[in-house]
Ligand binder design. Structure first.
Ligand code: GLV
Ligand code: MN
Ligand code: MN
Length: 401
């Protein structure tokens, strides 16, 4: 595939969900999500692929009958983080359509069904929990808990699905569907600069770092910012500020990463000492021992600090994802098929990680020269994306033909 061929289909999808303030707002179960889904349907129909949505809102286009079993599934997600980049997710879906086109144009004889998938709510950008579609499908997320997840306006996932005429009552594990999938391959933009350093347009994933999101709640006493003497205050913002710095320090000392990218204060007024502060910690590490050391370090230092601030602190996990080691035989087979491309781990979460606990799974990464992701300037060269399509087509040919 050449760069222009990639650009033609990419350019058709790219404007959907673009925000005038920068980046993309492609949240799940919104009008923008519906536009993405309609685009997917139109592409599938153009190619005579059969479209269906599963009980968890994941959308498929099938070349061949999925009931035949041993299906080769490829795809990614449409949804974005707030003001996210264009490529994180959609690149894997657009590339899947183009790879299937390549395979068909070459007259390849298909032995297994090939499915293109758009998994639902991967980022957790709207409802807080990542990989909702795959976690529900695999039983890793309880359906009642999923239905009750709320967005920042207090709309539940169930209400959001209802608003787009999707039925939330059928959410839940889908073992029969999982059994029909023989292998899953997700192509994704790289979210770092390892491929750039190796001067390679495409690479293969080895592992995903264990990671999770924890919501910390700091409680103090709301009071007047002008008249309350400093010694009389119980200011939870101080404990939250300490936690943000402690997270950075514990991660640095242990060899992982930790981030507080979201904070909310109540009542949230400049002239009021906050009564309550919520802060969301995202922590990731090369292994579980390091991740636990980071969390324990933060929790013990923060509770000591809360004692000094006269505040209370509580935390609860919103999502936890264990380490993922992708199927080694599949990874090596793909890396050598592609001529010995680099193999690399990632600190980013993916539906591929959730699916890999049930189905042999692999990931292809496409070079990102700046490494920037989850931000408006995320980008990849059209030439590299075209190389990604070729690589995915070669993998589909190897696995399905
Ligand atoms: C998803 O992209 C994540 O790693 O948070
Ligand atoms: Mn992402
Ligand atoms: Mn992604």
């Amino acid at each position: 595939m050449d760069a222009a061929g990639f650009r033609e289909l990419w350019g058709d999808f790219e404007p959907i969900g673009r925000s005038p303030e920068g980046g993309y707002l492609r949240y799940s179960w919104t009008e923008t999500d519906l536009e993405c889904r309609n685009w997917f349907r139109a592409q599938a129909e153009k190619r005579n692929l059969e479209v269906e949505t599963d009980r968890n809102g994941n959308l498929y286009a099938w070349w061949g009958d999925r009931h035949a079993g041993d299906a080769v599934l490829t795809g990614s997600h449409f949804d974005s983080v707030p003001h996210g980049g264009a490529y994180d997710g959609p690149l894997g879906i657009v590339s899947a359509f183009l790879a299937v086109d390549e395979l068909r144009a070459s007259g390849a004889k298909r032995r297994h069904p090939i499915g293109i998938v758009a998994f639902s709510e991967e980022e957790g950008g709207r409802f807080g929990v990542p990989c909702v579609g795959t976690r529900l499908m695999t039983g890793a997320l309880d359906a009642d808990r999923a239905r009750d997840l709320t967005d920042s306006d207090g709309v539940t996932l169930a209400e959001a699905m209802d608003s787009l005429n999707a039925d939330p009552s059928v959410l839940g594990p889908d073992p029969e569907r999982l059994r029909q999938i023989g292998v899953f391959v997700e192509l994704h933009i790289e979210q770092g600069r390892a491929l750039d350093a190796e001067d390679a347009p495409v690479g293969v994933a080895t592992a995903i770092w264990p990671h999770g999101r924890w919501r910390f709640t700091f409680t103090g006493e709301a009071n007047h910012a002008g008249t309350t003497r400093l010694p009389d205050r119980s200011d939870p913002m101080l404990t939250a500020a300490f936690m943000i710095l402690a997270a950075r320090k514990e991660a640095r000392l242990a060899g992982g990463v930790a981030t507080v990218g979201r904070i909310e204060s109540d009542p949230g007024a400049a002239n009021v000492i906050a009564g309550k502060v919520h802060a969301w910690l995202d922590a990731r590490a090369p292994d579980e021992a390091v991740l636990n050391a980071i969390l324990e370090g933060i929790e013990s230092k923060v509770s000591e600090r809360a004692g000094r601030d006269g505040t209370q602190v509580g935390s609860r996990a919103e999502s936890e994802t264990p380490v993922v080691e992708f199927d080694a035989a599949l990874r090596d087979r793909i890396a050598s098929l592609l001529g010995g491309v680099p193999v690399l781990p990632t600190g980013a979460g993916h539906d591929a990680g959730v699916v890999s606990a049930h189905v042999p799974t692999a990931m292809l990464f496409v070079r990102n020269r700046t490494g920037i992701s989850h931000a408006p300037s995320e980008t990849a060269d059209d030439e590299d994306c075209a190389a990604g399509v070729d690589a995915l087509a070669a993998v589909l040919r190897e696995l399905a033909c």
